[in-house]
Design a protein around this ligand. Sequence first.
Ligand code: ADP
Length: 583
Amino acid sequence: MLIYEGIAIKRVFKLMWPYFEPYKVLLVIAVAASIITASTNGALAIAVKYVLDSIFIAKNYTYLFILPFAVMLIYVAKSGFLFLQGFLMSFIGNKVIEKLRNETFEKMIHLPVKYYAEESTGALMSRVTNDINLVQSSIPTIINMLRAVLTMIGLIGVIIYMNWQLALVAIVLYPIFIYPLSIISKKLRKYSTRGQESMGILTSVLQESFSGVRVVKAFVAEDKEMERFEKANAQTIKYANKSVLAGNLASPLTEALGSVGIAAVLFIGGYQVINGTVTTGEFFAFLAALIQIYEPVKLFASSNNALQAAVAASDRVFAMFKESDEVIENKGTKQCMAENKDIEFKHVSFIYKDNIYALKNVSFKVRAGSTVAFVGPSGAGKTTMAHLIPRFYDVTEGQILIDNVDIRDYDLFSLRHNISIVSQDAFLFNDTISNNISYSKESAAEEEIKAAAKAAYADEFIEKFPEKYDTLCGERGVKLSGGQKQRITIARALLKNPAILILDEATSALDTESERVVQKALDNLMKGRTSFVVAHRLSTILNADMIVVFNKGGVEAIGKHEEIIETSPTYKKLYEMQFKTEE
Ligand code: ADP
């Protein structure tokens, strides 16, 4: 067990030291304070000997005047240094949290999109909150363990010094009550992990039921949700009770078993006092030290639990640090200039995972300034194709060229500066309308923001709010309709003034009325730009310079409506099913 702890300490220490290093002077002070605190326990035990032997038995006045004062001093020193150690450790820990949290967020926000597709939002958030808190306790925990060990060594020294025969008896008897304790703490750990897992399930049931409350109600599924909740709740309570049972057993069990040791010590010690081999003071000092040993043992055990949690958490945090972020992956340096762009897809294939092609060998060329409609059944690869352009994902095989340069050779950020995306879920931040629009261009002047909003047909409804452009939107702000939100995101895209535009089913979530306004806004946005439109409306398709029909990850046909209606069965079917009704 000790070897295992040693490895854990070494591992955490190696990872965490760089964060604690700037505070090494304070750490040295904290360690020194620990050593002093540890030694006061032994000193107090020794004081017991002199109190009994010199004051109570020998009735010596000098000791009467010195000892109470000395005991007081020891206690004052103990409290003072305990405070110093505790305060310094928390202070340093908080500083480390601050830095580590910033670094973790910085790392995460630069991770590629694929990382976010694989991890749940909850798990990612827990990394920045819970995990970091656990990790920061690593080195303070190690110092606590050091204090526990030093205190133990000091107290063991005292009992051996006072009475080595009795010490031997105590040391032999010790494992008898430590062993059951270690079994209990192992169980405790198991139950607390299980309890946390079921608490996680409970929270996710809560989150799902609340955010999907309309679905729940529409399907009259309240009972079903209740059942799920009750099951998770019962599970949580089951482990909580098991924890409580084990937790409450620990202390009485220790005392009951400890009583065997105390009885043995009393018997042997009492015998030694009666026949005069040890003094009363020595015996009680021994007893005082022995009883005190329990505290550092407990501290060591609880610190050990904290250390294990810190090891697990630091593994999670630092595993993420090893992921290569977009900046590392992207080695391109060419600047992508804001002019009209010719784009070419050359034998593009893409695999998300498991060797299943989401796109296979797709090739076509797009002239600068033209509008390309992506059509095809759901799952055909349209969105995937659109996401390859701003390099949310990189092609598995083949190339995408902008003005004859592989997009991987461009500086990633300069590439993205040239692209705007408007998608089905119009995402707004919890901020003012003005700031939501200027998110794409922080330096934008008020008039520019207003002009963009006007072109996006958003100005009119914004002006109707009492606070106009300073109106808060997002979760805590005004309720905007889907169409209004979409027009704000279009204004945001307009302000960025990109050469390339990606519209991913931008109007599909809207009703016909607001769709019409949003479409007008989109028409303004698309003017003079190379646009890729994942389309579901006939008018968009008929106006497109080029239609690319996707089917099962491949391109089935390319051309204008009249060119492909007879040659592409997929397009013909889609047209008849979906678009013809609009005619
Ligand atoms: P479309 O936009 O034409 O409906 P998509 O491009 O969204 O199609 O999807 C193409 C294929 O890729 C589908 O089979 C889909 O299941 C798969 N796919 C999409 N996103 C992911 C992802 N993040 N991980 C794994 N597979 C995905």
